[in-house]
Ligand binder design. Structure first.
Ligand code: C2E
Ligand code: CA
Ligand code: CA
Length: 756
């Protein structure tokens, strides 16, 4: 509207101005034309007066006429032929009167016909003044300068005495000229005052007008006594020389302006209409595009709002996202006084990957969404709940009282997750681990608080999951140690000089000999001393260092395998190693390069690897077995202990976890389990190794149950390579030098050899 109005107004103004200018110029040119025609008419009338005199002069200044008029009786025939009749015939004079010196008519001709002299009486009074004037004039041409139609200049003869008038004659406008009849030269003497007079009349209406109109192309020219012009006509008053009103000339003037307007008017109107149409169309399309623009702006605003929502909310749960969480936490921290307490909770679902792997990603999404809802129901509206990504959530609890309040909330969350998640008829079970950082104790800065909550979460996860931990400074210390260890392990792997591979013998109870060695890595840290595998293997697994470490271990083991070709060397593989695409190929290549025999190498895997049920690990294991490697299932009984794995993955050996062996003789349950495992494995044709055998009783029970192999401190701990060599030689010596019966026990033999 702001654009439209000025455009419309200025267009209207321009059109109005143009119309005004047009009207003005039309009027001007019409006016001009009227004036011109008026002048033309006036000039014609003036000319008539002059012409009348000139015509008269031809007969009035002539010796013959004077002579003829002065003879008695008059030669009427001659007079008619040469004066009245002739003037009518030749010049169309309407009337002629010849008056004697006493002003009595001697000849009257009306319309070319000689009539009775009495006819003069009807005009006598009209001519009276004209005649009197001429008679009183002292014998020379009257220059009637006062007359508007002064004709004097037309006369060539100095002798002609005359006067002319415009008159109303018999109710008609008339040009009247009166001239003294005088001789042409001095041959004839005319006594002054005794002249005859010739009076000629030319009516200005009738055929004069027709003539005038034809000559000057004046339309509808007529005479009227009253001023009553018709439509499109003009009237011009005619006055006698005495100023008496005679009547009006009325005609239809030529109006060039109006004519042009008539001719071009329709086109001009059409052009204007077109212009208005164009303007209207323009206005309409402008209005349309304006409204479109307005709509677009509104849509833009809406999508902006939507984009804003999307930028700050998680699509799956509708909860705030990390950006929003950060903003809110910053805001809360900024507004918190020194006494205000708040808690930051980091939550991570346990076994979520399992749900994703077994039930599909949609099921995983359902669990995440449902968990978000359960959280929202548990917490207050003023608390901030956000999904940070994947199965990670974060909560800010503002205005909390005591530490116990936070603990109560955490316990409630753990409880809420216990209830199974229903997904299209199936049930999914997940747990949640929670890490908590409390402000202001743990800090007042967002990044720091979140890092600390993360550390607590890590702690909760590594200490058995489905629990919560509140951050303490010790945790921070542990984290720092971990990151130092990571750095140092990375460095150690480059040189390999601080790493050692130890070997723990595996013994065959029936054969009473060492049949294999388990390779166990050791790290001799230059300042920290010996670092146990359980301290750095998890770090290596988290940081990806486990792959280069595993390769290093295998290379060392290959060397050992070549040194003791009769023994099987067991090498531990972390499930993490299986995540790298082509593990089997890498391992085979290392063994080939080292020139070791795959049949002498055994890979120990854990149940957790089989739990994932991934095609990757399945095919890797298959390839390794086909290549001749043996596969042993380590720590059996600690995980999910599904014997169905054994069938599916075709392992060669089961290693019963040492926790069962430890409790043999103390717990009936352990004995039952071990017996069951051994019986089952034997039935399936699998070798069974018992780990962590520390006592003779344990060894006795196991051998009686039918366990084929054993490993534990009863025989030997893990030893460096050279000590293994010594052990093997001393064992051989003892076995050959002593009787079987003297050998109190096999285990003792080895232990003694190991101690030696
Ligand atoms: P593991 O595979 O179960 O190895 C056996 C662990 O039990 C070894 O601990 C060994 O010293 C210990 N052990 C052996 N006999 C007895 C016994 O009679 N009583 C007791 N209490 N313990 C006994 P270590 O060497 O500290 O290794 C710990 C874990 O570290 C290993 O458990 C293994 O899972 C991992 N590990 C060690 N070396 C490697 C390696 O090279 N690669 C991988 N991936 N993991 C390794
Ligand atoms: Ca092992
Ligand atoms: Ca083990």
């Amino acid at each position: 509207m702001r654009v439209l109005l000025p455009v419309a107004l200025s267009t209207a103004a321009a059109l109005a101005l143009a119309a005004l200018a047009l009207a003005w110029s039309v009027r001007q040119s019409d006016e001009f034309s009227i004036q011109r025609q008026q002048r033309m008419t006036e000039r014609s009338i003036r000319a008539v007066l002059g012409e009348l005199a000139k015509q008269q002069e031809m007969v009035a200044v002539w010796n013959d006429t004077v002579r003829q008029l002065n003879q008695h009786p008059l030669d009427e025939k001659w007079i008619h032929a040469n004066i009245g009749g002739w003037l009518h015939l030749t010049f169309d004079q309407d009337r002629t009167y010849i008056l004697n010196p006493q002003d009595q008519p001697v000849d009257v001709v009306i319309d070319g016909t000689r009539v009775s002299l009495d006819a003069f009486e009807e005009v006598r009074t009209s001519f009276q003044e004209l005649i009197r004037g001429l008679r009183n004039d002292a014998g020379q041409t009257r220059q009637n300068s006062s007359s508007h139609f002064a004709p004097g200049a037309y006369l060539k003869s100095g002798r002609a005495l005359h006067d002319t008038r415009l008159l109303k004659l018999l109710g008609r406008p008339a040009a009247v000229s009166a001239m003294k009849i005088v001789p042409e030269d001095d041959d004839l003497i005319q006594v002054p005052g005794s002249e005859f007079l010739l009076v000629s009349v030319r009516f200005l209406d009738g055929n004069f007008l027709t003539h005038l109109a034809e000559q000057n192309l004046i339309e509808r020219l007529r005479f009227s006594l009253t001023n009553e012009p018709g439509e499109n006509e003009v009237g011009v008053p005619l006055r006698s020389d005495e100023g008496k009103h005679i009547g009006y000339f009325i005609w239809k003037p030529e109006l060039p302006g109006t004519t042009i307007l008539r001719t071009f008017g329709p086109s001009i109107i059409a052009v204007c209409a077109l212009l208005i149409c164009v303007m209207a169309l323009l206005a309409r399309s402008l209005r349309r595009s304006m409204s479109k623009l307005r709509k677009a702006v509104m849509e833009l605003r809406a999508s902006e709002a939507q984009a804003h929502h999307l930028a700050f909310h998680d699509v799956l749960t509708g909860l705030p996202n990390r950006a929003m969480f950060d903003e809110r936490l910053d805001h809360t921290l900024a507004g918190a006084g020194p006494q205000d307490k708040l808690a930051i909770l980091m939550l991570d679902l346990d076994r979520f990957k399992h749900v994703n792997d077994t039930l599909g990603h949609q099921a995983g999404d359902c669990v995440v969404r449902e968990f978000g809802q359960r959280l929202s129901l548990l917490l207050r509206g003023s608390d901030t709940i956000a999904r940070l990504g994947g199965d990670e959530f974060a909560v800010v609890l503002a205005g909390i009282g005591e530490r116990e309040d936070v603990e109560r909330i955490c316990a409630r969350i753990l409880d809420a997750v216990h209830k199974p998640f229903e997904i299209s008829g199936k049930q999914a079970f997940v747990g949640v681990s929670i890490g908590v950082a409390l402000a202001p104790e743990a800090g007042l800065e967002r990044v720091d608080l979140m890092r600390k909550a993360d550390i607590a979460l890590y702690q909760a996860k590594s200490e058995g999951r489905n629990s919560y931990r509140i951050f303490t400074a010790v945790m921070d210390e542990a984290v720092k140690v971990r990151s130092t260890i990571e750095e140092e392990l990375r460095a150690a792997l480059v040189t390999g000089s601080d790493l050692r591979l130890f070997y723990q013998p595996q013994v065959d109870v029936d054969g009473q000999s060492i049949i294999g060695l388990e390779a166990l890595v050791r790290w001799h840290h230059p300042t920290r001393g010996m670092i146990a595998p359980h301290q750095f293997i998890p770090i290596a697994e988290e940081t990806g260092l486990i792959s280069p470490l595993g390769e290093w271990v295998l290379r060392q083991a290959c060397v050992a395998s070549k040194r003791w070709p009769d023994l099987t060397i067991a090498v531990n593989l972390s499930p993490i190693q299986f995540r790298t695409g082509d593990l089997a190929r890498q391992l085979i290549d290392i063994v080939h390069e080292a020139g070791a025999d795959p049949r002498r190498i055994e890979f120990e895997i854990t149940e957790s690897l089989l739990l994932g049920d991934s095609d990757l690990s399945h095919s890797a294991l298959k390839t390794l077995r086909q290549e001749g490697f043996k596969i042993a299932l380590d720590d059996f009984g600690t995980g999910y202990s599904s014997l169905s794995y054994l069938r599916r993955f075709e392992v060669d050996k089961i290693k019963i976890d040492r926790s069962f062996i430890q409790h043999l003789g103390q717990q009936d349950e352990s004995m039952a389990i071990v017996t069951a495992i051994v019986t089952l494995c034997r039935a399936m044709g699998l070798t069974v190794t018992a780990e962590g055998v520390e006592t003779e009783d344990q060894k006795l029970f196991l051998s009686q149950t039918g366990c084929s192999e054993m490993q534990g401190f009863l025989f030997s701990g893990a030893l460096p390579e050279d000590q293994i060599g010594d052990l093997l030689t001393s064992l051989k010596r003892r076995l050959t030098s002593q009787d079987d019966a003297d050998l109190a026990s096999f285990s003792q033999g080895i232990r003694q050899a190991a101690l030696a």
